[in-house]
Design a protein around this ligand. Structure first.
Ligand SMILES: *Cc1c(COP(=O)(O)O)cnc(C)c1O
Length: 410
């Protein structure tokens, strides 16, 4: 069978790790060394010349290891093994966190006095980055409301010296989707060819595959579904064209934010179960969303399986395979009801973050999105009564009962 015939849940277990390089060990060893011994002074010279891009590798030559801030065996194994999880990917780079990955992309690809377009609301940390560090470095963010395709394509056509189109779809915590193909088409009209970058944390890699739709980079908080147990921080960037990743990798060397060997090893061991976990979590979330949709304590349930807006349904059907495991509830009673609901949950814990095997719930207006002004929150649909639920792998009927019980007290 040719390599290309393999599907990603198989490839992730069969590619990118050679047991012969780890004494025959069936799973990778951990290489914690900070530095690597050269075979000869000439080999050291050659390794530096390659790393600095002064010479091009000969056919079959791989750049030798030098020092772990540049790269190390566990990063290389992880980067090779994560690529087949994302259809269309040909290269990956791993970071200390999702925010490290996102910050490095912006700083590597947007010089001073350039601009980028982004869908809003974005993850709280990303909003913060855009308003503080990037703004103070003369990197100008142009916000477009999530889901507004005409506004997105207009902004991409009009932005001065545009370097990046940054999309988070579905948006956190409202789950509004933005059209990736429309952004790719609009970006290709620009002579500067801005990079289309998709934060794929919520639905990827199982249910949404932006590189296959023409995006240039996908970025993940691997802290969430990729690692899946709420016990490590990591970020991953994947690229359709390895050359697009080069500036990001070079800046990673300077910032020193490559993912550490132990974390690489842990994350690597979680990759083969990403599809299993995400399918289970998404199915449970859809069942819970449907079971509570008509509850009188709720104004609205946000979940892609329950979309009614025709444009949102069109985008979902064009770019997503399943609806994902985040459900948000708009409670009638505002903040008081939301806090009471969180207090009444018995199984689901009140914490930020998402994507783990355990279910978590939070109140975005007072936590993850508290840095937005009340007006900004209103404009992007983050009400005082909104609660975000990340569905884990518990039995969905127990989770449904927990949510129903907490709603019944309101
Ligand atoms: C959590 C998250 C991030 C940030 O990732 P960290 O690993 O916490 O740095 C970025 N984007 C989205 C959508 C997230 O959920």
């Amino acid at each position: 069978m040719s390599r290309h015939a393999l599907r990603s849940p198989t490839e992730v277990l069969t590619r990118g790790f050679d047991p012969a390089l780890s004494l025959g060990s069936a799973r990778p060893a951990v290489f914690r060394s900070s530095t690597y011994v050269f075979e000869s002074p000439e080999a050291g010279e050659r390794a530096f010349a390659l790393a600095n891009g002064h010479v091009t590798p000969r056919p079959g030559e791989s750049p030798g290891l030098i020092y772990a801030r540049l790269s190390h065996p566990n990063a290389e194994i992880l980067e090779d093994q994560v690529v087949p999880l994302e259809p269309g990917a040909r290269a990956a780079a791993v970071f200390n966190s999702g925010m490290a990955a996102i910050s490095t992309i912006f700083l590597a690809c947007c010089p001073r006095d350039t601009s980028f377009v982004y869908t809003s609301p974005a993850y709280g940390g990303t909003e913060h980055l855009i308003r503080t560090l990037l703004a103070s470095h003369g990197i100008h963010g142009i916000a477009v409301p999530a889901g507004d395709t005409p506004a997105l394509t207009r902004a991409i056509a009009a932005a001065p010296d545009l370097r990046i189109v940054f999309m988070e779809t579905p948006a956190n915590p409202t789950l509004v989707m933005s059209d990736i193909v429309a952004a790719v088409d609009a970006a290709r009209e620009r002579v500067e060819r801005p990079l289309v970058v998709v934060d794929n944390t919520f639905l990827g890699p199982a249910f949404q595959q932006p590189l296959a739709l023409g995006a240039d980079l996908t970025v993940y908080s691997a802290t969430k579904y990729l690692s899946g147990f709420s016990d490590l921080l990591a970020g991953v960037v994947l690229a359709a064209d390895p050359a697009a990743l080069q500036p990001v990798r070079s800046l990673r060397v300077l910032l020193g934010n490559i993912l550490q060997p132990d974390e690489c090893w842990m994350l690597d061991g979680r990759l083969p179960t990403v599809h299993l976990r995400m399918h289970r979590q998404s199915k449970s979330a859809q069942r819970i969303a449907e079971a509570v949709a008509e509850h009188p304590a709720l104004l609205r349930v946000h979940h892609p399986a329950l979309f009614a807006d025709p444009e949102q349904c069109r985008i979902r059907d064009a770019q997503c395979r399943h609806a994902g495991a985040i459900v948000s509830f708009d409670l009638r009673g505002g903040r008081g009801a939301a806090f009471e609901f969180l207090r009444s949950l018995r199984i689901v814990r009140n914490a930020v973050s998402l994507g783990g095997v355990e279910s978590l719930a939070c109140h975005p207006a007072s936590t993850t999105h508290s840095e937005l002004t009340a007006d900004e929150r209103r404009m992007c649909g983050i009400g005082e009564g909104l609660v975000r639920l990340s569905v884990g792998v518990e039995d969905w009927r127990d989770l449904r009962d927990d949510v129903m019980h907490a709603l019944s007290g309101l």
